[in-house]
Design a protein around this ligand. Structure first.
Ligand code: C2E
Ligand code: MG
Ligand code: MG
Ligand code: MG
Length: 285
């Protein structure tokens, strides 16, 4: 009986694996054509100064407008794009589009709006990245200081020598560098003075725990203190409640990002929201 059960269990397992790999192949095929079919879109989420709500910049977040599936979130395809290597052409598109959109947004609003772009580790290890970034900036006519690259700690751990040289070159160019999801990786603090990092972004999992989890709050407070000592900017991600906002202000966290302030928005919706805010402020003063 046990032999029979074992065989059945295997048979039940195999089709599921097959279905999974079929699904991956279908998604990969769709993703392959997504670029050519112009199905990729960027949404933008503001980063604000916690003390006064001033706009610090926006972050470009990728979405896939997949036929028959609606707007697909990056968690459903970035991993696959990484594995298949599609992240390279997709990342290049994101970089160019984000730079062009930064110019569009700044022109429309009449003030410079810094743009943050997420970079996958694989993209970061791609030869010629510096040149690609320079080209994207030049084509768009964007000042390098208005571009911020968000990388995760793994980039700094994987290939330290190459990463250091590339980051130094980007830094000399004036491009800003942010460590995204800070606190979730290896958090070897020694790299913070070895690499020209400008900003730490506290991972949203710690913010989600505020204020109920004293350990998370202690970590948040430590990261803010660390940023202050090292003269780095610090932004909390995933701020959803007034209470979280208040705790972050109490710890003198500089910036925040999250649904409390704004969801990621299309370029048009973002500009309308910021224009409206401006006119409200003009009425008050
Ligand atoms: P991330 O860079 O850490 O971005 C933050 C994620 O949290 C975004 O999810 C954002 O929509 C979401 N978020 C913002 N505010 C809140 C909040 O208050 N509460 C909660 N629960 N979530 C919030 P999204 O857009 O689904 O992106 C997920 C991840 O996908 C990003 O994490 C980033 O690692 C990656 N990603 C997005 N766009 C790109 C891209 O163009 N290239 C690459 N390589 N990765 C990207
Ligand atoms: Mg990010
Ligand atoms: Mg993050
Ligand atoms: Mg994250």
């Amino acid at each position: 009986a046990s032999k029979k059960r074992g065989r059945n269990a295997f048979e039940a397992f195999a089709p599921a694996m097959q279905a999974d790999s079929n699904l991956r192949m279908t998604v990969e095929e769709g993703l392959r054509t997504a670029l050519a079919q112009e199905e990729l879109v960027l949404h933008f989420q503001p980063k604000v100064a916690l003390a006064d709500g001033r706009l610090l910049g926006v972050e470009a977040l990728l979405r896939w407008n997949r036929p028959g599936h609606g707007l697909v979130a990056p968690s459903d395809f970035i991993g696959l794009a990484e594995d298949s290597g599609l992240i390279l052409p997709i990342g290049e598109w994101v970089l160019r589009q984000a730079c062009a959109d930064a110019v569009r947004i700044s022109t429309r609003l009449g003030y410079a709006v810094p743009m943050a772009v997420n970079m996958s580790p694989r993209q970061f290890r791609q030869p010629g990245l510096l040149h690609r970034v320079e080209e994207a900036l030049e084509t768009a006519g964007l000042a390098p200081a208005l571009l911020e690259l968000e990388i995760t700690e793994s980039v700094l751990i994987d290939d330290t020598e190459v990463a250091a040289a590339l980051l130094q070159a980007l830094h000399r160019k004036g491009v800003r560098l942010t460590i995204d999801d800070f606190g979730t990786g290896y958090s070897s603090l020694s790299y913070l003075h070895r690499f020209p990092v400008t900003t730490l972004k506290i991972d949203q999992s710690f913010i989600a725990d505020l204020p109920s989890n004293p350990y998370s709050e202690a970590i948040v407070a430590s990261v803010i203190g660390l940023a202050r000592s090292l003269k780095l900017h610090v932004v909390a991600e995933g701020v959803e409640t007034a209470e979280q906002h208040q705790r972050l202000c109490a710890h003198q966290c500089e910036g925040g990002q999250g649904y409390l302030f704004s969801h990621p928005l299309s370029l048009e919706a973002l500009c309308q929201m910021l224009e409206q805010r401006q006119s409200v402020e003009a009425d008050v003063t």
